[in-house]
Design a protein around this ligand. Structure first.
Ligand SMILES: Cc1cc2nc3c(=O)[nH]c(=O)nc-3n(C[C@H](O)[C@H](O)[C@H](O)COP(=O)(O)OP(=O)(O)OC[C@H]3O[C@@H](n4cnc5c(N)ncnc54)[C@H](O)[C@@H]3O)c2cc1C
Length: 389
């Protein structure tokens, strides 16, 4: 499905969810409200990772949504996955990122680039509830991913990795990581390869968890590779294809971050609507003041725009325009969600600045959405590149 630069993500699309997708959304919503919501504030306060909740989510198939049933996964479509992420993020953005990283940047590249042998060794374990991660960022290379310096050299039937990764979601709780390393120092961006590294590989050392501004119930840490040995068969694709694999993985996974933003945005709006109707100033609920109504209207309008673009972009997966529409969805949804949390907190007045109110946590959690899986600046560069090619 190719679209000209002047085309739209919405051309020829229908937005109705199927009956199955509606059932899934309702089931995930119920699960999030009953099983996730009660512990959210405490886990945020204590920086605690909800392994028990993740185990229940695995049983529902939520950690292997895009893994084919033949490998033990739930075998669902991308739109169903985005709807589920949105519902989880509305209640707990931390669990949503743990879920999206496992599905989108660990399972997804293994499904699409792994050999049959690798898939049958790794995917059933991930489908059964093991958590996954993705190691691209390094202390010296973030946006400039092609500048990474971790190396991998072939030694008999193994690859031996040396180097350091930074800011790795699920480091310390994940069982498998898709890791990018340089296999040919002379070949620049074509000298990078992708590997599946099990967490128990000899020579893999997990650093201390980051003390984060938000998403405190998710784990983020560095990974160090000290002569870390992995099976030769754990290579994804061919040697030298690593950066291409990483970038196409991100073209897919950014939709998950856009859906996470839509979920957070929805919650920020719901909290603002409820508070504005309760809080009385100048003798009336503040919702009666037009300035507050305008904020609510703006939040609702941007929310629907972000949701529509995110769902529409999912239809272009695998096409030449996938990267552009995923970048557009991510930049729109993440920036709109940040504005929504800002305005929702503003509507809460001084109470919004108190951790007793949920909006304070959302305001912290939402901030990273314009940063990880590619900053807003990088998304704009991707979009412009598509327009100008
Ligand atoms: C909570 C969290 C979880 C994360 N999880 C993972 C993970 O699981 N795996 C992983 O690999 N990484 C992960 N990351 C890393 C994340 O993807 C990077 O932080 C992000 O890509 C930005 O890289 P950087 O932090 O090095 O910023 P830099 O690249 O140093 O950028 C700094 C600033 O400069 C801007 N900038 C850089 N280059 C340009 C340019 N050419 N033009 C204009 N502006 C530019 C950026 O937009 C940004 O504003 C995570 C980060 C966080 C905070």
């Amino acid at each position: 499905m190719s679209v000209e630069a002047s085309g739209s993500a919405l051309d020829g699309l229908s937005f109705a969810l199927t009956e199955e997708q509606v059932l899934l959304r309702d089931e995930v919503r119920r699960f999030a409200e009953e099983r996730i919501a009660p512990g959210v504030a405490e886990r945020d306060r204590e920086h605690s990772f909800p392994a028990d909740v993740l185990a229940e989510m695995a049983e529902l198939g939520l950690l292997s949504m895009l893994v084919p049933e033949s490998h033990g996964g739930a075998g669902m479509d991308v739109l169903a996955y985005l709807v589920a992420i949105e519902e989880i993020a509305r209640v707990c953005p931390s669990i949503a990122v743990t879920m999206s990283v496992t599905n989108s940047v660990c399972c997804w590249p293994i499904v699409h680039f792994g050999s049959d042998d690798l898939k049958s060794r790794v995917l059933p374990a991930l489908a059964a509830g093991e958590i996954g991660g993705f190691g691209l960022t390094e202390p010296g290379s973030g946006s400039d991913a092609g500048a990474l310096t971790t190396t991998a050299r072939r030694d008999g039937e193994s690859w031996v990795l040396d180097g350091e990764k930074a800011w790795i979601t699920n480091a310390g709780v994940g069982a498998y990581f898709v890791v990018l390393a340089r296999t040919d120092p002379e070949a620049g961006k074509r000298g990078i390869s992708a590997f599946v590294v099990p967490a128990d590989a000899p020579g893999l050392v997990v650093g201390p968890p980051e003390e984060k501004l938000g998403l405190r119930a998710s784990v983020t840490a560095g990974l160090r590779f000290e002569g870390c040995r992995v099976d030769a068969a754990n290579l994804l694709g061919e040697p030298g294809q690593g950066l291409k694999i990483a970038l196409s993985t991100l073209d897919h996974s950014r939709l998950g971050i856009a859906a996470q933003a839509v979920g957070v945005h929805q919650r920020a709006l719901d909290l603002a609507v409820a508070y504005a109707q309760e809080r009385v100033q100048f003798g009336v609920p503040i919702a009666r003041h037009q300035a507050i109504q305008f904020k609510l209207a703006e939040m609702a309008t941007e929310l629907e725009a972000a949701r529509v673009l995110t769902r529409a972009a999912a239809s272009y997966e695998g096409s030449a325009e996938a990267g552009r529409f995923a970048a557009e969805a991510k930049v729109l949804a993440s920036e709109a969600a940040n504005r929504a949390c800002y305005e929702s907190l503003q509507i809460h007045g001084g109470n919004g600045f108190s951790e007793d109110y949920e909006i304070a946590r959302l305001y912290r959690d939402v901030r990273v959405l314009t940063i990880y899986e590619g900053t807003s600046e990088m998304q704009r560069l991707i979009i412009a590149r598509h327009l100008l090619r």
